[in-house]
Structures are given as C-alpha cells and as structure tokens.
Design a protein around this ligand. Structure first.
Ligand code: FA5
Length: 361
C-alpha cells in the first residue's frame, strides 16, 4: 500500500468510527465488540497501524500522529461510555429496589480480640496469678541476645541462614522469646519471675502445625534454691488451670543450649483423648498416633547464661520455659490447621467470644 492509499484507508476507518452511535450502545458486551472491531488484535485500526512499517520514514512521520490521534480518541470514547453504562446499570438497580423503612436496623458487628490474643492473655492471666509479671523485648534482636548470651555457640544449627531470618549485619528477627530472659536479667535484681508473650519468626516449611511467624510465652523464674520440681509443679498447675484437672502432662528429656537439664513438655492429645485413635476410628493425624502433642520447651537456667548476665551461678538458680501459643490454642479449641489463625476469615474468628475460657476448668 502506498501512502495515499494508506491515508485513504485511515480516513475510511475514521469515518466508520464517527458513524458509530456510542450513546446507543447499552451493554459492556456490545461496547467490547466494537472495541475488538477497531482495536482488537485483528481490528481494522490495529492492522492499519501495523502496516505503517511499509511506508517511508517521512510518510510515517506525517501519518502516524494522525492515526494515533484517531486511536486515542476512540479509546477515550470507549472508556467514557463504559463509565456511563456502569452508571446507568447502577441507577437501574437502585430504582428497581424498594426501601422498607419499617425494617429494624442491622446491629453493627462487634469487634473482638483475635483468638491468639485471647489465648495469650488467658495464659498471661493464669501465670500472673502465679506471681509472674509481664516483660517485653524487641522483635528485631541482635546476635548477642538471641544467641550468644543464651549459650548458643557459633556453629549451632539454630543460627543457620536456613532457620533464621537475618535482617542486616548481625540483626535477626527473633527466633524465640528467650532473648527477653537476657534483657530481664540485665535489668532486674533477683529474685523475680517474668513472662514475655510475643511474636517469633523462623524460616520454616509451613504445614498444619508449623508456621514461619508464630507466638510464644516465655517464662523465667530466678531465685535461690529453685529446683526442677518447682518447674514441674508450676507448669503442671498452669496447664491444669488452662485445660482442666484431667489433662495428662508428660516431661521428656531434651536439649536446649540455655537450660540444663532441659525438657520438652507434651500434653495428652485432646483430639483423640490421648488414645492415638480419632473419633472416625482412624489413627489420630494430629498427634501422629502418639496420644501426646508437644507444646513447650523448658529447663533449669544454664550456668553459662547466668554468667553472661553477671549473676553468680553458685548463688542463683532458676527455671525457664517457652510455650507455643498456637499449639495451646489448637489443642484447646481443637483446630486442626495452624493456618486458620492467619487467614482472617470472619466466619472463623467470630466463633471465639472474648473471655470465653473459664479460668479454672
Ligand atoms: C524454643 O523456642 C525455646 N526457646 C523454648 C525454651 C525456653 C526452652 C526456655 C527452654 C527454656 P522450641 O523451638 O522447641 O524451643 O519452641 C518452643 C515451642 O514453640 C514448641 O514446643 C512449639 O509449641 C512452638 N513452636 C515451635 N516451632 C513452631 C512453629 N514453627 N510453629 C508453631 N509453633 C511452634
């Protein structure tokens, strides 16, 4: 096509466009059909613009702006008409509805605390009655508080980039609430007992019982002559207050660099009443047939931790624990998937009424 034919073709397309009566188009589908006719992949204007490459540079310089102007005018006309069609549809909708002024008003939805906050507060409340006071620490921690002072050596796997979110330099998203132990011991004079509820972060593969962001409640008691029996008694009393006197608590020997001896504590599985067999008579998938679920880590404060904060381990003794809030909440409310807590689905959240948990069941 030479340039004069091309220009004639452009004028023809322009005439066709002007012949369109936009205000007679009443649906978005009809408007889309029109758009495709001119501007679709095989639309007449698109094809013409595509063939401009066959003209010389001078001809293109002359004709391209004309064609572009026609194209952008058409695009604005289409956009304007879409808005009008929407408005017409809305007005039609409104006019077709009648108002019943005698209907009672809808009562506004009441907000309430997130179930994890409720559970955390409930745990803090029980521990508060047992003499623990509330302490807090930053979510972004330094290597010293998160690892070194807690006797976690250089090569320990917890420091691995695969387990820990490093922020910059030696700053990390805290991987547990235990660094608050160090902050509390450096601020306070023993004897004291604190708890520290809060968020922690781990580079975890997420599944029904593991999240990369979750919550712990840390506990620390420092005094003279604190024994493992004190730790056992405190945790058993706490768990019975939360779950009822029938609950079974199991202490298993374990290892944490910052406690010695250390234990992991399991609770009898409330999904299968500790039998390992679910209500459907199939093996319980939650406790993996064991009848128990791990909920916390604990132990006697390691002498190296006392030394790191300037306490004499010959004088002072203590216990510490770190409880998984999600795990406790899952057991308490029989929630099978930890991810339900983070979807913020109102249908899920609205099931948890504030202060629903009895304090001493
Ligand atoms: C710790 O984090 C230790 N700091 C706990 C501790 C404190 C031990 C004081 C001794 C003294 P652990 O990694 O096992 O330990 O985590 C403690 C609890 O957090 C677990 O028992 C579990 O209930 C919960 N938890 C751990 N990882 C996850 C996860 N990815 N998602 C949800 N909950 C988790």
């Amino acid at each position: 096509m030479n340039s004069s034919d091309w220009e004639k073709e452009l004028e023809k397309v322009a005439r066709e466009i002007s012949a369109e009566n936009f205000s007679a188009i009443l649906s978005a589908e009809d408007l889309e059909r029109l758009r495709i006719r001119f501007l679709g992949r095989k639309g007449s204007l698109t094809e013409l613009l595509r063939s401009i490459k066959d003209l010389s540079i001078e001809e293109r310089k002359l004709l391209a702006p004309k064609a572009q102007k026609i194209k952008s005018q058409l695009e604005s006309q289409i956009a304007a008409r879409i808005e009008e069609i929407e408005k017409l549809r809305f007005e039609k909708d409104i006019n077709s509805q009648s108002l019943d002024l005698t209907l009672p008003p809808l009562s506004p939805l009441r907000g309430r605390f997130h179930p994890l906050t409720q559970m955390q507060n409930q745990m803090a409340h029980i521990l508060g009655l047992m003499g623990f006071s509330w302490a807090e620490g930053p979510l972004i921690e330094d290597d010293e508080h998160n690892f070194t002072a807690l006797n976690i050596p250089e090569h320990h796997s917890a420091r691995d980039m695969l387990d820990t979110f490093y922020v910059e330099g030696s700053k990390v998203m805290r991987t547990h609430t235990s660094p608050v132990q160090i902050r509390a011991m450096r601020q306070k004079k023993p004897p004291f007992r604190i708890i520290s509820p809060g968020r922690v972060f781990r580079h975890e593969a997420i599944d029904a019982t593991h999240s990369a962001v979750f919550h712990q409640v840390e506990g620390l008691y420092v005094d003279k002559n604190v024994s493992f029996a004190d730790l056992k008694g405190t945790l058993e009393e706490f768990l019975k207050a939360l779950f009822g006197p029938e609950i079974k608590v199991r202490f298993r020997p374990s290892y944490f660099p910052f406690t010695e001896p250390s234990a992991e504590v399991d609770l009898s599985c409330l999904f299968c009443s500790g039998t390992g067999v679910g209500k459907d008579r199939h093996p319980c998938g939650i406790c993996k047939k064991t009848g128990f679920i791990e909920i916390l880590g604990a132990g006697m404060v390691h002498p190296n931790v006392f030394k790191a904060v300037g306490y004499d381990p010959e004088i002072w003794s203590g216990f510490a624990f770190g409880i998984g809030v999600e795990r406790i909440a899952m057991l308490k409310w029989q929630i099978k998937d930890i991810r339900d807590f983070y979807q913020n689905d109102v249908r899920f959240l609205s099931q948890f009424k504030d202060a629903e948990l009895p304090l001493f069941a």
